[in-house]
Design a protein around this ligand. Structure first.
Ligand SMILES: [Zn+2]
Ligand SMILES: [Zn+2]
Ligand SMILES: [Zn+2]
Ligand SMILES: [Zn+2]
Length: 366
């Protein structure tokens, strides 16, 4: 995925991975452990703790989004972390998400382009030790065997019990059994892993949207009511209908299984198309989207995650406190600024919820 100079939106879809979603393949993905663009400098649990429950958050999405400018952004990945506990989001969603931008120049010591596989095995690269459970920096170690690394006490305990390390610690077990238990443990902690594949949104649809708010059209071919209310009520109370939601619904209808929309414009472009709002409420104010604290440049909408992603996360939607959103908007520094010795730059996430119209649709989209 890369910025374009036109307003074409790249749609993201979730698919089972065809090849391993490992760092050297620069993946865009949902869930699993992060594939670190910079494998030497990786995030610590303390940088990724939920500010409500204080547990380490887990990877929701990572997107590989290389840019032409500056050269330090030749490789570029955006990481979105979130707390798995829906109650935290209900209390303070701003404290239950974190977004990081990581970049690398074309010439770097980790992913050299013309490196032969022989070099790969002989050269020891300075890769950081990762938590066996979640992939964050493994700054702690099992004190009994000194063999396994953890990001936090929480994951050490989890691995001891559900990862069966209490059986494997200091004993000689078959690697495949250990790996099976590790995966069981990860399954409990992390979101399931899917590859994000992209496709351009149809241009015809783009134009239709550009034509503007044709909400009053006599669209006789469209027999489906856009909002589940009687025709009469709909005609007479158009003021009460969430216009943004109608527009949203119409726009995603041709590809209802899309989970993400990427529509960043090239950095020099004046006009950013902005998000596809899911509602007229809950829009961020100018103060909510601070300029980049490192270079002073504005942050613009880069991509948005849709509520359809929730279907892939294996969470119990019937639970009152389950994870939920209408859309998640990711705003990032327009400059892709590079700061020496800063490997992760915080960017901004804004959550917009559905209004009542949207909620009805979400429960019964047909
Ligand atoms: Zn939390
Ligand atoms: Zn961990
Ligand atoms: Zn041990
Ligand atoms: Zn910046």
């Amino acid at each position: 995925m890369a910025a374009s100079s036109t307003a074409v939106v790249e749609l993201g879809f979730a698919e089972p991975p065809e090849s391993p979603l490992i760092a050297e393949n620069f993946p865009s993905k949902i869930g699993g452990r992060p594939a670190w663009l910079n494998p030497e400098h990786i995030l610590l649990a303390d940088q990724v703790r939920c500010e409500v429950c204080c547990k380490p958050m887990i990877l929701l999405v990572q997107l590989y989004t290389p840019e032409d400018y500056p050269p330090e952004a030749f490789h570029r990945t955006i990481y979105v972390f979130c707390c798995k506990n829906g109650s935290c989001h209900k209390i303070a969603w701003q404290k239950s998400f974190k977004v990081f931008r990581s970049q690398l120049p074309k010439d770097n010591i980790y992913w050299a382009e013309n490196e032969s596989s022989l070099d790969n095995t002989t050269k020891k690269k300075p890769f950081a030790k990762q938590c066996i459970v979640c992939g964050l920096l493994g700054s702690k170690m099992c004190g009994k065997c000194n063999q396994v690394n953890y990001c936090s006490k929480e994951h050490q305990i989890e691995h001891w019990t559900s990862g069966q390390h209490k059986i494997h610690c200091n004993t000689i077990s078959t690697t495949s059994i250990i790996e099976e238990h590790n995966n069981q443990c990860r399954k409990l902690v992390l979101f399931p892993e899917f590859e994000i594949v992209t496709e351009q949104e149809g241009r015809d649809q783009e134009e239709e949207n550009e034509d503007g708010e044709r909400d009053g059209d006599n669209n006789s071919s469209n027999s489906k009511a856009l909002v589940p209310v009687g025709d009469e009520i709909y005609e007479n109370t158009s003021v009460d209908v969430d216009k943004a939601f109608l527009k949203f619904q119409k726009r995603i209808e041709p590809h209802p299984e899309q989970i993400l929309r990427y529509n960043r414009l090239e950095y020099e472009s004046e006009k950013n198309p902005g998000p596809l709002w899911v509602s007229d409420i809950d829009k961020p104010t100018v103060q909510d989207i601070n300029p980049c604290p490192h270079c002073g440049q504005e942050r613009t909408m880069e991509f948005q995650i849709l509520s359809t992603l929730l279907n892939y996360l294996e969470i119990n939607h019937l639970q009152q406190s389950s994870l939920d959103w209408g859309t998640l908007l990711i705003y990032s520094c327009k400059n892709n600024c590079h700061i020496e010795n800063m490997y992760y730059i915080n960017e901004i996430l804004w959550r917009q919820n559905f209004s009542d119209d949207g909620l009805k649709w979400k429960r019964d989209p047909k």
